[in-house]
Structures are given as structure tokens and as C-alpha cells.
Design a protein around this ligand. Structure first.
Ligand SMILES: *[C@@H]1O[C@H](CO)[C@@H](O)[C@H](O)[C@H]1NC(C)=O
Length: 322
């Protein structure tokens, strides 16, 4: 009897271990023209804030906020909505080939779990690599002590659909440059790569080093739908990690689109979801270390969970010894 009780306790501990404090979430969201107009719509902002506060770090793309008002408003909303955490943002310059159409990359992050260690704007014209991108990556190095990886670099990219193949291949040069510059292998590339449907032809993929390099792990699979419209099913938004070490620091099978339409019961008919964006965010969980500094991936973090576990094992004990 006692041995089965111990077995059950071990099992319960295991279950709790998986569920407790296991999340450090990195997200990438194409907000489809986030600017003043969207920031004035309270239900759109409410949904955006709910989405962003799920993440420890959230990359926003297609931020079109020429006066800087929308981002400021977003941060105020975040503060009001989530009082348990504090959020900051680090934003790129406005990027784009034409004066009239520009976008910013913005990383919103929780200040209690993440700090910005460094940032780097990939230049417009690099010798031998003349203006490959419409929106050159705004690369940020983050420190996140509670994760197993501790420190990592995020390379964002929102490709131009017509140039997807070329831009994805050029992203490989950015990766090599960043690895050398900061002497790290722990790099993640993420964003709306337009890496699906008609924009990335199958026959071109063997020319894309970001795809062919065996050291890169594409976490969002090709058949995944990252688009809101039911009439489309394309894996535009992707997350790619460089190297075994970083790959091992990812919670297996955690990379996925976040279907906020279903999660928040928004309907396409009322276009509520589409008012927010035509993309789903994509996200991935990094393993966390517990307070004793063990790389367990997870730990019992709250007293409540401990009490729940205690009650559960007590009940189990009663049943087993009856
Ligand atoms: C595609 O890339 C070329 C440069 O390589 C650029 O001249 C062109 O404007 C790009 N197309 C779009 C739609 O941005």
C-alpha cells in the first residue's frame, strides 16, 4: 500500500511539475496596421491587451504610429489591465522603402522577467548585400534569468510578400552577423515571414539558407494556419531557433498560433477578430528554471499549488488505505 501511495505521490508531483510556472512565453504578432485608428477602438485595444499580456516578450509588427501616440496608449492600457506585471517597449525606427509607407518593429516585454541587454538595427545597405529588406531587422538581445537559456537574441522580420524568398535567404546573413557580433548561438528568428501559400514556392526553398541549414529549427509547421480569415489557410508567421542549445531550452511542441478568435469568442461575421488583425500571433514557451536554480524546466511556484497537491495526495492516501 505504501509503495503505491508513493508512486501516486510521485505521479502527482510530476503532473504539478508540468503545469506549474512552466511558462515563459515569446510571441510574435502582425497587428495589421496598428496605429492611431486602432488605438481609439476600445474593444480592439481590449483584445490586443489580452493577447500581449499573455507574453513575457511580444514582438509587434506593422506598427504604423507616426506620432507615437498609439504605442503610448497601448502601454497605458497594458498597465491598467495587468497590475501584476510591468511592461516596457523597445521600438525600431520607422522602416520602409517609401516615405509614405513605413512600419516599426516593437518588442513589448515584462520588466520583472526580462531586461534588454543590447539592441542593433541591421543597416539598410550592407556591402555585398545591397538593400535586401524592406524592413531591416531590429535585433534585440534579452536577458531572462528565469529561463533555462538565460539570455537570447530575437531577430524580427516582416517580409514583403513579393520578395519573401530573397528576404528569408538574406535573413541568414543577418543571423551569421549577429552570432559573430555578440558571440552567441542563442538566436531566434520570428515574425510574419509570409512563408506560406503563394509567396514561398516549393521549388525555391532549396535556395533559402534559412530553410536548408540543418542547425535551424522551424517550430511552426508548414500546414499551420496563422491567418484569421476562414477563407485562407497559410503558415505566414513563423518561429525559427538556431542551434541545439536553444532548441533544447524550448518546451517541446509549445510553438503554435494563438487563435484569439476562438479563445475570446470573437466572430468573423461581426468582423470583431478582423478588426484586431488578419493574423494570429504565434508563440513558443521557453523552459524555466525553479528557484533552486535547477534546470527542471518547471517547478512548484505557489503555495496554492502546494496545498492542492497536499489535499490531492491526502485523498489518494485515504482511497489507497481504505
Ligand atoms: C524587392 O526587392 C528589390 C531589391 O532587391 C526592390 O527594388 C523592390 O522594391 C522589392 N519589392 C518590393 C515590393 O518591395
Amino acid at each position: 500500500m505504501r509503495s503505491s501511495f508513493l508512486l501516486l505521490l510521485t505521479f502527482l508531483l510530476g503532473v504539478t511539475d508540468i503545469q506549474a510556472g512552466s511558462d515563459f512565453r515569446v510571441c510574435a504578432f502582425n497587428t495589421q496596421h496598428f496605429g492611431e485608428s486602432k488605438s481609439q477602438k476600445s474593444d480592439v485595444m481590449q483584445t490586443l491587451v489580452k493577447i500581449i499580456t499573455r507574453c513575457d516578450v511580444c514582438l509587434l509588427q506593422e506598427v504604423r504610429d507616426s506620432k507615437g501616440k498609439a504605442l503610448k496608449l497601448l502601454l497605458e492600457h497594458l498597465k491598467r489591465y495587468d497590475t501584476k506585471h510591468e511592461y516596457k517597449a523597445v521600438a525600431s525606427e520607422r522602416l520602409g522603402r517609401s516615405e509614405t509607407y513605413q512600419e516599426q518593429y516593437v518588442f513589448v516585454y515584462r520588466t520583472d522577467t526580462v531586461t534588454v541587454a543590447d539592441q542593433y538595427q541591421y543597416p539598410d545597405d550592407k556591402p555585398g548585400d545591397i538593400d535586401a529588406f524592406s524592413r531591416e531587422p531590429f535585433v534585440v538581445r534579452f536577458r531572462a534569468p528565469k529561463t533555462a537559456i538565460k539570455e537570447f537574441v530575437l531577430i524580427p522580420q516582416h517580409t514583403t510578400p513579393a520578395n519573401t524568398t530573397k528576404e528569408l535567404d538574406a535573413l541568414y546573413d543577418v543571423l551569421q552577423h549577429v552570432k559573430k557580433m555578440w558571440k552567441t548561438e542563442n538566436v531566434m528568428l520570428l515574425g510574419d515571414f509570409n512563408a506560406g501559400c503563394g509567396y514561398l514556392a516549393k521549388k525555391n526553398r532549396k535556395r533559402v539558407r534559412l530553410i536548408t541549414d540543418q542547425n535551424l529549427f522551424w517550430l511552426i509547421q508548414e500546414n499551420t494556419d496563422t491567418t484569421v480569415r476562414s477563407s485562407t489557410s497559410c503558415s505566414y508567421d513563423r518561429i525559427v531557433v538556431n542551434g541545439e542549445t536553444f532548441h533544447r531550452a524550448i518546451l517541446p511542441s509549445s510553438a503554435k498560433p494563438f487563435n484569439f478568435q476562438v479563445e475570446y469568442r470573437l466572430t468573423e461575421e461581426q468582423v470583431t477578430a478582423l478588426l484586431v488583425s488578419d493574423h494570429y500571433p504565434v508563440e513558443v514557451l521557453l523552459k524555466v528554471v525553479d528557484s533552486r536554480g535547477l534546470d527542471g524546466g518547471t517547478s512548484i511556484t505557489s503555495g496554492n499549488q502546494f496545498i492542492a497537491l497536499f489535499v490531492l495526495s491526502h485523498v489518494a492516501f485515504q482511497i489507497l488505505t481504505r
